[in-house]
Design a protein around this ligand. Structure first.
Ligand code: ADP
Length: 188
């Protein structure tokens, strides 16, 4: 039986390759280990299903986020820990998620463009720099960095574990997840 919490929407925004999915996957495991209801929504996965009809124009990106916002709203108001990893480049669209969902927490997953391009996890930056992808965020499309995110993680300077720990501490100190029981060390 999972433990009840109020529910929240932890929204990871940042450039492609910044580390959103990597951090969300690690967080999902941590939260499941704590017996919480968790749902992870990921840009790449959602675009294969719920929003497979959409492209990367501003209108389509806004519609993509609008539909995901609706799902996150339903889940987060029913006690689910929602982990959403989407580039979500537009500030206005993110402000709308804040209004619509329960306990919205914006996480700016930051790494400089050249670091993301060097990682080139999906081989997309090479194509974007070669002019083969017309609407590629950070190269041929805008990314509006968060102005007041609740959390910033610097993935070029921190390990995945450090970023995850920072987020867990935030969730604990804001009462959104139960604090981890300290492991009892038997006294000698
Ligand atoms: P995104 O979801 O933002 O597009 P991914 O998580 O798919 O990014 O890819 C990020 C890549 O960067 C992965 O290959 C990951 O192993 C690597 N990486 C290196 N350091 C970090 C870190 N501190 N945090 C997250 N990812 C990191």
């Amino acid at each position: 039986m999972a433990r009840n919490i109020e529910g929240f929407t932890l929204w990871l925004t940042g450039l492609s390759g910044a580390g959103k999915t990597t951090i969300a996957v690690a967080l999902e495991k941590e939260l499941r280990d704590r017996d919480l209801y968790v749902e992870r929504l990921d840009g790449d996965t959602v675009r294969q299903g719920l929003t497979r009809d959409l492209g990367f124009s501003k209108e389509d990106r806004d519609m993509n986020i609008e539909r995901v916002t609706f799902v996150a709203k339903l889940l987060s108001r029913n006690g689910v820990a929602v982990l959403a990893s989407f580039i979500s480049p537009y500030r206005e669209a993110r402000e709308n998620i804040r209004k619509e969902t329960t306990n919205y927490i914006e996480v700016f997953v930051h790494a400089p463009l050249d670091v993301c391009a060097d990682r080139d996890v999906k081989g997309l930056y090479a194509k974007a720099f070669a002019g083969e992808i017309p609407n590629f965020t950070g190269v041929s499309d805008p990314y509006e960095a968060p102005e007041n995110p609740e959390i910033v993680v610097h993935t070029h300077q921190e390990t995945v574990e450090e970023s995850v720990a920072k987020i867990l501490t935030y969730l604990e100190t804001h009462g959104l997840i139960p604090t981890q029981e300290p492991v009892a060390v038997p006294s000698s």
